[in-house]
Design a protein around this ligand. Structure first.
Ligand SMILES: Cc1cc2nc3c(=O)[nH]c(=O)nc-3n(C[C@H](O)[C@H](O)[C@H](O)COP(=O)(O)O)c2cc1C
Length: 377
């Protein structure tokens, strides 16, 4: 019997073969925004591992919108080809190819996560194509005052049309690259979250202040992207459903916002949280799943993410109607074959049939030789 986690689901003209999604994860391995063999190998292994959807990391719609100099971009037609190679391979394995498009705003031009700040030597800088630039944001206020985060230049109202167009143009390039799904990154304290949240946006013009004004830029972007992104292809948005910080964006705000964007053609919200200083979380297994449940209850399909690590947790979230899709981040890094192992745990039977034909028979033979039933590692 097919477990709900492995049941297909149709969104617009796309049918996902199961509910498992690889969460977008920055690899800080690009030069000048171009995908390379690292990104190919990193993402290809999840398609081989049985994920229904493989999502490319946060990809800058402008060069200055990258989180770091090592992040991917899709602001130039020349950046399409290496991403197209990844999308084609992912799709060849029966998975859907997704890409997250975003702008880091005042959290742009930061240090690579695994480094100790900007500690690159001159030789390394040349090797990794180091870049450093002044970010933009809703306000001339830094994310935090330290050596890493700069005081951004406040965006002028006359710059918004070009910014909106850059999201639309990147969506057009994502379509040309063959992606099935685009996800707008509006979470984690990056540019769109900076506009949505009272913690990031104290503008006094038409783009700040009231809920209607703070949501204006994200809504313009949704509208422009939906206009160019094919009607048959799903458009997702990742949100910080709550800032989880005093005076911040709340679950109620997200419910109100999701009703508006659902009408505008957003098909699903990928439910994350946080991104501003002062956020407090009770981190634990599936800790953000209640956010996906809250939004789904208001009629918006949702994806749950955050410390989901066992097959039974993921299955319970889908079977219980808490979320439509399940995103795995670090659990996918730990075990790219997690879906195959989860299938064996939930369904039993000959789960090897779902592995790529090049490898499934061999794993089956090993387990027979060892008289081992399929086990989740
Ligand atoms: C290495 C790494 C890079 C990440 N990059 C992104 C990103 O590009 N976009 C994003 O929305 N979230 C990003 N995240 C957050 C993950 O997508 C995910 O939401 C988070 O890790 C929680 O899920 P997990 O507990 O399954 O890892 C990143 C997380 C990690 C560990």
């Amino acid at each position: 019997m097919t477990a709900p986690l492995f049941s297909p689901v149709a969104i617009r003209d796309l049918t996902l073969k199961n509910r498992l999604v690889v969460s977008p994860m920055c690899q800080y391995s690009a030069r000048h925004g171009f995908a390379n063999d690292w990104h190919f190998a990193h993402l290809a292994r999840f398609a081989l591992g049985g994920f229904g959807t493989v999502m490319v990391e946060a990809t800058g719609v402008t060069a200055e919108g990258r989180i770091t100099y090592g992040c991917l971009g899709l602001w130039d037609d020349a950046q399409i080809a290496p991403l197209a190679r990844i999308a084609a391979f992912v799709k060849s394995q029966g998975a859907a190819a997704a890409i997250q498009l975003g702008h880091a705003g005042r959290k742009a031009s930061t240090a690579l996560w695994w480094r100790n700040g900007f500690d690159e030597t001159d030789a390394e800088k040349a090797d990794v194509a180091f870049e450093h630039w002044k970010p933009v944001g809703p306000m001339p206020i830094a994310h935090v005052q330290d050596d890493e985060y700069q005081i951004p230049r406040a965006l002028e109202i006359g710059e918004f049309p070009a910014l909106v167009q850059s999201f639309a143009d990147s969506a057009t390039r994502a379509d040309k690259a063959g992606f099935d799904i685009v996800e707008i990154h509006a979470a984690h304290g990056y540019l769109l979250n900076q506009f949505l949240s009272p913690l990031g946006n104290q503008r006094t013009d038409a783009y700040g202040g009231s809920f209607d004004n703070r949501t204006r830029l994200p809504l313009e972007i949704v509208q422009a992207m939906r206009a160019v992104w094919p009607a048959g292809k799903p458009l997702f948005m990742r949100m910080s459903v709550q800032d989880a910080a005093p005076g911040g964006w709340t679950v109620e705000d997200s419910i109100a916002f999701s009703r508006i964007i659902r009408e505008m053609g957003v098909d699903l919200i990928d439910c994350s949280s946080g991104g501003f200083e002062g956020a407090t979380f009770n981190v634990g297994p599936c800790f953000q799943a209640p956010l996906a449940q809250a939004l789904r209850g208001s009629g918006m399909p949702t994806m749950a993410v955050g410390l989901i690590s066992t097959p039974h947790e993921a299955e319970a979230l889908v079977a219980g109607g808490h979320a439509d899709l399940i995103a795995l981040g670090r659990t996918a890094l730990d075990d790219p074959n997690w879906p195959h192992h989860a299938r064996a745990a939930l369904e039993g039977g000959d789960s090897y049939a779902h592995w790529p034909r090049q490898t499934g028979f061999a794993v089956r033979n090993r387990d027979r030789a060892l008289r081992r039933t399929p086990q989740v590692s």
